[in-house]
Design a protein around this ligand. Structure first.
Ligand code: EPZ
Length: 421
């Protein structure tokens, strides 16, 4: 297994190119099952999660052609609408094939995704929504088996929680359902807008994207399309936190106006980070403070502070002036990075759904264990900030969501390298 080795304490200076958004690319790739025409995607990030989704689509009889950041997917009727445990357990977003398969073929057998390091992550909201659309489910041997008598029927579906995945699964299914579907209390993440835009290019009739009420009028058939995936706001936010923690000046490129505005809004509360929009595709970020202000933040569904940046924020605040309180309201166990940060001398402890961080002048390099995607990126930031050497083990977690992170950082003056294992 590969490791990453960092000698910390250096400011970050240079340019970082942001890749396409994993959490937009995954549902959009699943949406290719809704048509037998070609879906041509660009700005696809080179990540293990993307390869897992491509493998799953291939197992469902889709033709795949991948050349660097471009992917062409041509779905054909699967021999069996079956998504195996082997494939789904590796990447829970595989569960997003359920909606397209039910909507296109009227039946599907998809492995229950199971939990992961950050929580139980049930799929009850997905299933209840599909039952409203006329699906009958049976749970057998760890699989969800869904059947529709004739066609999916449009319905009004109120989500008890703004679930990103449930919104995406139901949105995709509703595009071919009979009649109108209204998703109330829908999640509003930018990645859902990206999915909706791609579906509309395929001929879907969707309105209300980005609001908490999405309205879909089912159509008979969807066409193929060409679509460029949005930039990854979470990857970009991770690097912004790295600059706050290490100081320096970095330009993030390959963004777009919407993601730039989202980053400016999200980071407005961090007064020690100077964010300037350079043009429609890049921002310049500077932080000269060795010590910066602490914060009190609670993660919330969009447009609140994203849970996917919580671990990275926690790492940075280990060196803030004063005490920070960070509350995780989305997942029940997204603090796997805390024990590792403590090994670096951080004064951080968990109290229920909060972490309390008493900022210190220094943290120190150590041998660390990555446990999940965003916890891994939090350890990278801590290693860049720490005095001395940090070695991070099990970096396959990192490779799920960050393309060439050590290369991008080493081009910005960081002393970081991957040790092939
Ligand atoms: C998506 O996961 C993202 N993944 C996650 O990013 C992200 O953290 C999450 O949304 C929240 O923003 C992808 O887009 C591939 P949810 P998802 O359904 O869809 C509970 C990363 O780091 N819930 O909004 O699984 C659930 O347990 C990943 O890139 C139910 O109870 O998130 C969780 O506590 C991690 N029942 C909360 O809702 C359900 O049926 C949020 O889940 C569904 C969800």
């Amino acid at each position: 297994m590969d490791k990453i080795e960092i000698f910390g304490g250096k400011p970050l200076v240079g340019t970082i190119s942001i890749s396409g958004a994993k959490n937009a690319a995954l549902p959009i790739m699943a949406a290719s099952l809704l048509t037998n025409n070609e879906i041509k995607l660009s700005n696809i990030p080179n990540l293990s999660d993307i390869n897992s989704m491509l493998k799953l689509l291939k197992s469902l009889n889709s033709n795949i052609c991948k050349k660097s950041e471009k992917v062409i997917i041509k779905s054909q009727k699967p021999k069996s609408n079956f998504a195996s445990y082997e494939l789904v357990r590796k990447m829970r977003a595989s569960f997003l094939v359920l909606g397209p398969l039910l909507s296109r073929y009227g039946e599907a057998k998809v492995s229950l995704p199971g939990g992961c390091a950050i929580g139980a992550r049930p799929i009850d909201i997905h299933l209840k929504g599909f039952e409203k659309m006329g699906v009958n489910f049976e749970i057998k041997d760890g699989y969800v088996i869904g059947k529709v008598k004739k066609n999916l029927k449009g319905a009004q579906i109120s989500l008890p929680f703004k679930s990103v995945g449930a919104t995406e699964n139901l949105l995709m299914a509703a595009t071919l359902a009979e009649g109108k579907t209204i998703i109330v209390n829908a999640a509003q993440e930018p990645e859902i807008i990206d999915l909706g835009r791609c579906l509309k290019l395929m001929g879907a009739k969707v309105s209300g994207l980005g609001t908490s009420k999405i309205i879909i009028s089912g159509v008979k058939k969807l066409m193929g399309c060409n679509y460029k995936i949005m930039p990854d706001r979470i990857e970009a936010g991770t690097y912004l936190f790295a600059v706050l923690g290490c100081s320096g000046s970095v330009e993030l490129v390959n963004l777009n106006n919407e993601v730039i505005q989202n980053l400016i809004d999200t980071f407005a509360q961090f007064k020690d980070l100077d964010l300037v929009k350079k043009n429609n595709t890049s921002i310049f970020v500077k932080s000269s403070k060795k010590i910066f202000e602490s914060v009190n933040i609670k993660t919330l569904p969009f447009p609140g502070f994203p849970t996917d940046l919580q671990a990275q924020l926690s790492a940075v605040m280990t060196r803030a002036k004063g005490t920070s309180i960070i509350e995780e309201s989305i997942f029940e166990n997204r603090f796997m990075h805390v024990a590792e940060l403590r090994r670096m001398g951080a004064n951080i402890l968990i109290k229920g759904s909060r972490v309390i961080i008493k900022g210190k002048k220094k943290i120190f390099g150590a041998q660390l264990m990555a446990t999940d995607l965003r916890a891994s990126s939090s350890l990278i930031i801590a290693g860049l900030m720490a005095e001395g050497k940090t070695t991070i083990n099990r970096v396959y977690h990192l490779d799920r969501g960050y393309e060439k992170i050590e290369k991008k950082l080493s081009k910005c003056n960081a002393n970081i390298k991957r040790i092939k294992g």
